[in-house]
Unconditional design. Structure first.
Length: 151
């Protein structure tokens, strides 16, 4: 288990739960909207909004936190995360906000305390990028999008 230190923003509502795993087998911890004044926010169809969580987190070196959509919001309302998965780097200490995109046909209201995304903790491997004159060959080669056929 990896420990993630959490600090609430000074104007955050302390009654809003910290990120939590809703089932024993959950890979993602649900994170909630935390508006400074307890209000709600409406995301019109086709628009996106930055929703505050009222949190700042400290991720250990060698890890990242991925911000992923909640499948129920996507299916029922067309609400997703446009840069999914979003990445929070281990050296970031600023406010944690979630970008929501409403792909549905109706305005979507984000209420104070609503579960808006999932946070998945993942190990990070950094690579060294070396310039080369050529690359090794494979069966696929340079075949691009759709080049492996239809299943």
């Amino acid at each position: 288990m990896v420990a993630i230190r959490v600090v609430r923003d000074k104007d955050a509502d302390p009654q809003i739960a910290l990120p939590s795993y809703e089932t024993t087998g959950a890979a993602g911890a649900d994170v909630r909207a935390n508006f400074a004044d307890g209000r709600s926010s409406v995301v019109p169809p086709g628009e996106r909004a930055l929703i505050p969580t009222g949190l700042r987190i400290e991720i250990p070196s060698g890890y990242e936190v991925q911000v992923r959509p909640r499948s129920g919001l996507a299916l029922k309302h067309g609400v997703t995360i446009p840069n999914a998965p979003g990445t929070i780097d281990s050296d970031y200490r600023g406010p944690l906000g979630v970008i929501l995109l409403n792909t549905g046909s109706e305005p979507f209201t984000v209420g104070h305390g609503d579960r808006i995304a999932q946070l998945v903790v993942a190990p990070v491997v950094q690579a060294q990028f070396d310039l080369s004159d050529d690359l090794g060959s494979t069966t696929r080669g340079a075949g691009g999008f759709g080049s492996t056929g239809k299943s």
